[in-house]
Design a binder for this molecule. Sequence first.
Ligand code: ADP
Ligand code: MG
Length: 196
Amino acid sequence: MIMDMNEHLQIRTYKKTGHLEVICGSMFSGKTEELIRRIRRAEIAKQRVKVFKPRIDDRYSEFSIVSHNESSYPSEVLENADEILEKCFDAEVIGIDEAQFFDNNLVYVCQSLADAGKRVIVAGLDQDYKAVPFDPIPQLLAIAEYITKTLAVCVICGAPANRTQRVAKSSDRVLVGGENFYEARCRLHHIVSEGE
Ligand code: ADP
Ligand code: MG
């Protein structure tokens, strides 16, 4: 009798397990750079990759995620998190940038994709300009297998910066902009004015 090779070697084949990675930190801390680095490596490994970002952040490009040091990678702009599920049947690795601007359904979406055996890499701001945790990033951190906290450089003192200072006049939570509106600051030099 010819023995089944797997049986002989006692190899059990399991469905590939997925996981969730979260890259979070202040503005200018290198989240997008790090996301692009991981996606490029997945591409070198010949894995099928898809990258998404929310409609609200099409300030630099509608067709790519773009870092502050001008590295970029093609992406699709979506209106809401549910659309990600419809577009990922084929993908093995899924990158999501500016995740804080997606709705809270993103948590369910990431969980479902990882449950389906995919590698999900999410990058987003973990705090708003008042240093208040920015949903749905805290919820994603709770369910992630891997977490990377990136720090920028405080523009005042050069210390590691964990916060985002708004330098434009607005008290809306979401005010999309770059260096003209925001600075990276450490805890000591981050200021939230009265009434904000
Ligand atoms: P994020 O996605 O976290 O906003 P990016 O990946 O887009 O960050 O940009 C990171 C890059 O921003 C750095 O490599 C650096 O060139 C640039 N940069 C500008 N200001 C700062 C700062 N204060 N601290 C660190 N990097 C900065
Ligand atoms: Mg970014």
